[in-house]
Every structure is written in C-alpha cells, then in structure tokens.
Write a new protein. Structure first.
Length: 386
C-alpha cells in the first residue's frame, strides 16, 4: 500500500472534464439517528464528492458504525461512468486483501468443527501439495501462523487474471504459475520467528479448507458463512447475477479496466456490497450471538482479534484481522487493493466504532484516507465529550 501520509494529490485537465459529467448520489441505511444532521455525514459527503473527481475514482461507498450498529451508509458518484450508473448500497465491489479478514472466518470454523487444530502442522494435513523441504522447519507452519502472517512464507500478493480466462488451480498457484515472476509459496524464514505479510499463506489455508471439507472454497464460504450471516450479495466468485449490480473498475488515470479474477480467492478474490461488509464489520465489533447464527462462537472472534506474536515494525496481526496505526490511532481491520479497486475497514473495538470504505478506482487510497481522518476526528471528539 502507498505511504498515504505522504501522498500529494494530483489534479489535471482530465479531472476537470470528469467533474463536468459527475453526478453524485447519496443513500442511507435505516438508522436511529438523523444522518442529515450528523456533521460527519456532511463532511464525508463533501470529501467524497471532491476526492473522487480529483483522483479519477468514479465512486465510493461509506458505512459508519456507532455503538456496534450501522449508523448510516453513503453512496457517492458512479458505479459506471459510461452508463451513468450511480453507486448504491447494493453495488458490488471487489475488496482486495480485505478478503483475508473475511476468509479467516471460514478457516476458524474448521477449528470449531474439529477438522483441524490451530497448532497442528498444515503440511502434514495436505495431500494435493506440499511445501518444499528447506533449511526451515515446515512442520511448524500452522493455521495460527498462516492467518497471522507469522508462518515465514513467501508471496506478498497476487495480480489476478482477466475475467473470462481459465483460472489455474491452487496447486499451480502455489507452484508460482499465476505469478509473473514465477514465485512459489515457500519458506523464507523459520515459522514463528517474525511477522512477514504473506498472501501465499492464505492460499495454503484455502487449500487446507478444500481438502478438509471436500468442498470448493467459494461454495463453502457462501453456504457456511455468508448465507447464515445474511450476506446474500457477497461471494468469492463473480456470478452472472452479481455482474448486473457490479461497479466497473478504473485504473489510475480513470480508464475502465476488466475485472480481475483470482485462483487465490481467500487472499484477494472477495466481492461484496457496502451493506454486507458493514454488517460483517458490526458483527466483528459486537460478536452478537443472535446475529452470528452459530457461524462462529463469540469467543472465537475475540481470539481472532487478539494479537499473535511475534509482531514487528512492519506489522501486527490477529487471525485474519490486522492492527493498524494511522494518525497515531490503533485500530483493527484490514485494507485492500487490487487493480481498479480499493477498500478499507477500521474498527475501534473499545468504543464500538467503525468505518468501511469501498472504491472502484486504483487511486482509492487517496479517497479513503482523508475519509478515515474525518472519521477518526469524530471518534476522538465523541470520546472526549463522554
């Protein structure tokens, strides 16, 4: 991810042309507050309108969570420029690495079902593929370490493939065939000795789930996680039905691009709406047993939101959830970037506040970061007034 605090926002004649044609829409979910009287709502509305134009990001969807409940949702700008289709709360976005935070629920469900122990050797549980022997002890690669980026594995992230192409299988991905540089998933340090972000680790966990459940990862997640949670518009696949309400992805200069599809679904391949992801985020804050519908136990989610050691200056994670420190404020959640997409989820668990931002542009971090800053000011302001 870019060093956002150092970003110098760009403007050009293209932005002026884009601005002339831009029409903004704002939607809200049902809420117990008068969102139009909420200073944060108005501030984000203004920011969204300005920053989307300035940074060639056609649309943005924002959800704010207060006291563990979705307070309101805003939809600003276009899902598709050519057709002038506005962003709505039902617009589908790809969320990049936020996929990891969600896929971790499926992996942790395996532990609740007794299909795997958190600290068992993953490699010894696999049959379709194995880590290569090396100077490091592969038996120490466990699910706990995979989900917390402490397993010592390679492959930071994935680029995906053009929609319509035939995807390679997981074994081929693990062998480096989906990476332009041919990078395999292999040990680069002793497991359990350092934090090192690895999308490759989540691909290995995806294979583990498929082997243990005898199910395709995407279908397992839909049946066992999304539908029980009421996330009916969330999937690790681009279904034909979802494409009807999907946003179009746009590159850094505002040109439309083809959607990317992923063999490595657990790491980067999730599609969802602001409504569904806001609901998921609220559950991550409240652990409400009635709404969890036996998908996970509240104590499991609490464990996932607990730091796993070791951490480092480069990062710190729970199980699927990352700890972040922007503007000197510690939050938990995840950010995500794929070409044409950008997403961010931040939660302050002690105050039960959260914010979710989804963008359909490669420059989306230039949109969500100022929105995050406004949200943070409101959280600090509210905490001081209590």
């Amino acid at each position: 991810m870019r060093n956002i605090s150092l970003i110098q926002f760009k403007s050009s004649s293209l932005a002026f042309v884009f601005c002339l044609g831009m029409i903004f829409s704002c939607s809200t979910a049902k809420s117990s507050i008068n969102y139009k009287a909420d200073p944060l709502y108005l501030e984000i509305e203004k920011l969204g309108q300005e920053l989307t134009v300035k940074n060639h990001v056609p649309g943005v969807a924002v959800a704010v969570i207060r006291d563990g409940k979705v307070a309101w949702i805003q939809s600003i700008g276009y899902a598709d420029l050519a057709s002038k289709k506005p962003v709505t709360p039902e617009t589908i976005f790809n969320v990049g690495s936020v996929s990891k935070m969600v896929s971790a629920w499926g992996f942790m469900q395996l532990t609740e079902k007794g299909l795997i122990n958190m600290d068992d050797s993953v490699d010894q549980s696999l049959t379709r593929w194995h880590l290569a022997d090396s100077e490091f002890d592969k038996s120490k690669v466990t699910l706990r370490r995979l989900l917390s980026h402490t397993a010592g594995l390679s492959v930071h992230g994935y680029g995906g493939s053009d929609q319509g192409t035939t995807l390679l299988n997981l074994e081929e991905s693990l062998n480096g065939k989906t990476k332009r540089n041919g990078e395999t998933v292999h040990l680069i340090s002793e497991p359990g000795t350092k934090w090192d972000y690895s999308g490759g680790g989540y691909t290995l966990a995806q294979l583990l789930l498929e082997e243990k459940t005898k199910r395709d990862f995407a279908s397992y997640m839909r049946q066992n996680i999304f539908l029980p949670l009421g996330m009916k518009h969330t999937s690790y696949e681009w279904t034909a039905e979802m494409m009807k309400t999907s946003a179009t992805a746009y590159d850094e200069v505002g040109n439309p691009i083809k959607d990317r599809i992923f063999t490595e679904k657990a790491a980067a391949g999730l599609q969802t709406t602001i409504e569904d992801l806001a609901h998921f985020t609220a559950l991550s804050i409240t652990h409400n047993p009635k709404q969890l519908n036996q998908v996970l136990k509240p104590e499991t989610i609490k464990l996932m939101e607990t730091p796993v050691q070791p951490s480092s200056n480069e990062g710190e994670s729970g199980l699927g959830y990352r700890f972040m420190n922007y503007e000197g404020f510690r939050t938990i959640g995840h950010t995500g970037e794929n070409v044409g997409w950008c997403a961010a989820v931040f939660m302050d668990l002690p105050s039960k506040n959260g914010i979710v931002v989804l963008c359909n542009g490669s420059n989306g971090d230039r949109v969500w970061f100022p929105i995050y800053q406004s949200w943070l000011k409101s959280v600090k302001r509210d905490s001081h007034s209590k």
